[in-house]
Write a protein that binds this ligand. Structure first.
Ligand code: IMP
Length: 419
């Protein structure tokens, strides 16, 4: 799972780990996520389907995910064209469905917020989870029962239309047309819909290995993140159980993916943000543009106060460090090890967003390196400065770094400890 604000490079790490497991499962979020995986000449951008499918593994979309059927079918077509075996895809019949009104509400609600906007990906994520929790949502399995679907959809659309009319004065929806379209989606997706909680628990009981692939990051968690500048799901460790129906006792290892520097998309406080030239340089060198929205990501230095907090919430067994190669060429590398607030120094991540917004990072400055680390394949091949950088992360978090990624290719990976 992501230990920062998303975009840590989970796609690459999951792809690497997927070689060692039988099943890969997504447990939260939706098409707001974007995982980039490079295999040979080809680059895959996956939003919903776990990237393990590229390794020929069983791929599961768990009940905690919100599924836009149109986006899912598009992704399936692309993967089929690339020769992927889609018979290995399993979608939870209890996952909630994203409808066109969720996309529109995401848009108009963001516009309504004006200066207080959250900077969402506008993929309908927040409104779909709102419906889930207010018990007006529709689940994937419901698409297979036209009468039930019709009743729920018509009730929901009439309410949505009243809100659109009364509050936003804009577009309204024709429930009949939407009903027909979603019945069609249901027919096309029927072969993939199943009770994935039973499937996963069965697989674990049989001794098969299951990898839970987080989307977004711990600091975007609805409960434990920088609320309200968060997503509407639980990317933290506990979310893996809720979002799949697999009990906590069946999960035996938790790994956090940490990017060697920090980025954030969307609004919200970001203490180590670097607005000047060095931030732009990080963005260009790290190709920090959203996989889903193409938005330029805000860039800054590694924030170990935030990462330490993620380690607390998730109890990571190990850290997978990504994009170390992007830091090559910076003469000095600031790393935040504490915050200063109103003259006081502290090492804990603040609970209050207001305090966080006023915090100044306290940096340890490490010397950088010039050597091209993207060719390194072992610890010994890394320059001393890069090794010191990694060791500082271990010291400050108390969590061992198990894997270092030094480029987008599968081979550009250094395994330090068996995982
Ligand atoms: P939402 O998930 O579209 O509602 O967006 C809420 C916040 O989460 C915004 O700040 C988004 O930029 C951020 N967010 C959502 N998905 C991702 C992701 O995959 N990577 C990074 N940030 C994300």
């Amino acid at each position: 799972m992501g230990a920062q604000w998303g975009d840590e490079g989970k796609g690459k790490v999951v792809d690497y780990l997927a070689a060692r497991v039988d099943v890969v499962v997504r447990y939260q979020g939706g098409a707001n996520a974007g995982h980039t995986v490079v295999v040979g000449e080809r680059e895959y951008r996956l939003h919903l389907i776990p990237s393990g499918i590229l390794r020929g593994k069983e791929a599961v979309i768990g009940n905690g995910v919100v599924v836009d059927p149109a986006a899912l079918l598009r992704e399936m077509e692309e993967l089929a064209e690339a020769g992927c075996d889609l018979s290995r895809l399993h979608v939870s019949d209890a996952a909630h469905v994203i409808f066109p009104y969720h996309l529109l509400l995401d848009e108009v609600e963001e516009n309504w917020r004006g200066d207080r906007r959250l900077g969402t990906t506008r993929r309908g994520i927040g409104p779909a989870y709102q419906d889930k929790f207010s018990r007006t949502g529709i689940r994937m399995g419901d698409l297979l029962h036209p009468e039930y679907l019709r009743e729920r959809l018509f009730a929901r659309v009439s309410h949505v239309n009243a809100v659109l009319r009364g509050v936003y004065g804009g577009q309204e929806f024709d429930p009949e047309e939407m009903f027909r379209l979603y019945c069609e989606y249901g027919k096309r997706l029927q072969p993939y819909l199943t009770d994935t909680a039973a499937y996963l628990t069965g697989a674990l009981r049989e001794g098969r290995k299951v990898l839970f692939e987080g989307a977004q990051g711990s600091l975007l968690d609805i409960d434990h993140g920088t609320y309200p500048f968060v997503t509407s799901s639980s990317p933290t460790a506990g979310g893996a159980c809720i979002g799949t129906g697999v009990a906590p006792t069946l999960i035996d290892r938790i790994y956090g993916v940490v990017k060697a520097y920090a980025t954030r998309v969307g609004d919200g406080p970001f203490p180590t943000e670097e607005r000047g030239g060095r931030g732009n340089l990080l963005r260009e060198k790290g190709r920090e543009y959203g996989t889903t929205t193409g938005r330029p990501r805000r860039c800054g230095w590694l924030d170990l106060v935030a990462v330490r907090y993620s380690c607390q919430v998730n109890a990571f067994d190990g850290i997978m460090l990504t994009k170390l190669d992007t830091l090559t060429g910076f003469p000095r590398l600031p790393v935040a090890v504490a915050y200063r607030w109103k003259g006081e120094l502290f090492r804990e991540f603040p609970r209050s967003l207001k305090v966080l917004a006023e915090c100044e990072p306290v940096y340890r400055e490490l010397p950088g390196w010039e050597e091209d680390v993207s060719r390194a394949r072992s610890w010994e091949e890394l320059p001393r400065e890069a090794r010191d950088y990694v060791q500082l992360i271990e010291e400050e978090t108390g969590v061992p770094v198990c894997l270092i990624s030094v480029g987008p290719e599968r081979e550009q990976t250094i395994l330090l400890r068996e995982v």
